[in-house]
Design a protein around this ligand. Sequence first.
Ligand code: UDP
Length: 149
Amino acid sequence: KTHSYKLYKMSVERSFIAVKPDGVAKGLIGEILKRYEQKGFRVVALKQLVPTKELAEKHYEEHKERPFFGELVSFITSGPVVAFVLEGKGVVAAARLMIGVTNPLLSNPGTIRGDYAIEVSKNIIHGSDSVASAEREIALWFKTEELLQ
Ligand code: UDP
């Protein structure tokens, strides 16, 4: 089948993941890292930081005209975030499947948002939505020397 053939051919990628302040406050750093590690993805960079307003605005710049932008930026800068980079075959799409959809109430049980969140504005985790977004976000959050080769 065409679909599964494409999955076999999928190449090694990197994705940018961030456990948002609500996920850190709920004690989910370990649980989230465990899921990705046990799946088989490699953590090639990892740090905890309180993002600056400038970093948050750049990260979410595609949403700057949306009504929720101000609240989104103030939420993501409200406390520590655990930012990391995963590497592996097809990791961009696979990490998003493991996250669920934007609305936690519509996310399947077994996904991170499906298991641990209710509110769209407090949905625990960010994951890059494409290889191009991942490249942009990794460059924004990490210096080259912070990434394993
Ligand atoms: N968001 C929100 N209200 C909305 C839509 C999105 O607060 O109506 C937040 C939500 O936390 C989401 C983030 O903005 O994770 C970025 O939105 P996006 O559509 O990129 O969702 P994601 O890729 O994170 O699922």
